[in-house]
Design a protein around this ligand. Sequence first.
Ligand SMILES: Cc1cc2nc3c(=O)[nH]c(=O)nc-3n(C[C@H](O)[C@H](O)[C@H](O)COP(=O)(O)OP(=O)(O)OC[C@H]3O[C@@H](n4cnc5c(N)ncnc54)[C@H](O)[C@@H]3O)c2cc1C
Length: 391
Amino acid sequence: MHTPQARLETVRRIATEVTGPAAVAVDHDARFPRESFAALKEARLLSACVPTVLGGAGATIGELATMCETLSQKCASTGMIFAMHQIQVACLTRHGADTAFFRSYLGEVVAQQRLIASVTSEAGVGGSVRTSISPIMRDGACCSLKKDGTVVSYGEAADDLLITVRRSAEAAAGDQALVLVRKNQCALEQTGSWDTFGMRGTSSPGYIVTASFPEEQIVPAPFAEILQRTMVPFAHILWGAGWLGIASDAVARARAFVRGVARQMPGTTPPQAIRLSEVAATLQLMRAQLQSFTRRYDELIARADGGSAELSSVGFGIEMNNLKISSSRLVAEIVTAAMRVCGMSGYRNDGPFSLTRQLRDAHSAALMIGNDRIHASNATLHLVYKDDLSS
Ligand SMILES: Cc1cc2nc3c(=O)[nH]c(=O)nc-3n(C[C@H](O)[C@H](O)[C@H](O)COP(=O)(O)OP(=O)(O)OC[C@H]3O[C@@H](n4cnc5c(N)ncnc54)[C@H](O)[C@@H]3O)c2cc1C
């Protein structure tokens, strides 16, 4: 699988042959989509974004986005887990690969197809990613942490965890570090269940994570920098791609439904076709915004200086937040509209036009880092933002 086309073909095959057939059971049982991840590991796609010099495929963010969209068209939980894992790998690749430990670890991700989960949310801070309570504690060369993570997707199935913490017991809540902890270095105490409305297959209960690890497992770059340059742009693009997968699946079902109606009344255009046209236009808008931002980010990080000045700019921050706000809003809007096109056939839980799982999954988008939190952050940025036209 040396070309992006070959990799995408493989993802399409896995989505059709494995992910789609398992989707109803994964949702019903709120269980990890193990068969899809066995297939993705076998195809060596968990290391898709590891650079080729370290043995990975060196996939671009655009390629990863298409993979997330493809998987999410069949099962949004599978697409979201794939996205979350790639975000973790990208953070290590872009901010850790200068150290011997992380280069060697990324080699293990390639060889063993290790799955990495994320522990940023914490009891007491909610979804405020830029705040941590739990610190790194030091005893000579040995470090340890204890974090009450409130939502840890695929925590049980993951091989390793990437955890945000305060840099030390004396550090302020915003002076954070990112730590990689292997499962065999930690104890996980599950603190709740995961019986949710949607995204049930992400299997995301809370855990109290207690871990001991050497200093070298702390990612050297400050977390604020990792967040701004990689974690947020990767998350907003790959989450958005997953939501685009849900939305495009919904529109495809609505289109198939309207065609079926048209076949029963030859020579006329069914009344639902107007609403189909409307929702297809909204889908195009959602896709265009995602593609344009993805291209821009890809170009910036490909520059010799890594686009660092622009990635840290107020304008880029606002744009990146806007992508998340609008794609999370549009996915729910599009699936709702598609359900109305299909009527009762969309509202029922079974049948080829059912959109109930898609609608439940779509509503998680506004909560994955609450949109009001993102609006609050943008509100502050707008106070100092000068766009090209006003300067
Ligand atoms: C499917 C799914 C998977 C997830 N997986 C993970 C994972 O793997 N790892 C992980 O760490 N987390 C994960 N999360 C958690 C997630 O990203 C958020 O951190 C978490 O959902 C926030 O929890 P909350 O909504 O209860 O709290 P809060 O973020 O505190 O929000 C509660 C409410 O208060 C509002 N609010 C809070 N602060 C402000 C503010 N400053 N201004 C305006 N309004 C505000 C919010 O908009 C919201 O209405 C996942 C979430 C989902 C839905």
